[in-house]
Design a protein around this ligand. Sequence first.
Ligand SMILES: [Zn+2]
Length: 128
Amino acid sequence: MNSNAHFRHFAERAAAGEPVLPQCGSCQAVFMPPRAVCPECGTPGPGWVPGAGATGTLYSYTVVESREGPIIIGLAELDMITEGSKFYASVLGIDAGDVAVGQRVRLDTAENEDGVLVPVLMVEGGTK
Ligand SMILES: [Zn+2]
């Protein structure tokens, strides 16, 4: 698998309602974004670990106004991810006026505007 194939697998598992995160079989690093080579030790062909329910902390966010109402896009530091970048996804479960940096989130899936399940960050104990 090249990096595009890894990203496709990541999207396909999320679309099946079973989000996964790439994990190196050699050094066990869990990383984002999906890619063909471990960013920590360089071992090719990482495997996958279940990501549903993975918890983390909201690092930053932005609110995008749309015709359907405000959309929150967030970057989260997931506790499982040991290497690479933060996790980027829509933030659900809270009103745009109540979202705050530092809130606890968990990885889940929800339908996008095309009816496809995509990874989302669900605020724990959110306001909606
Ligand atoms: Zn590694």
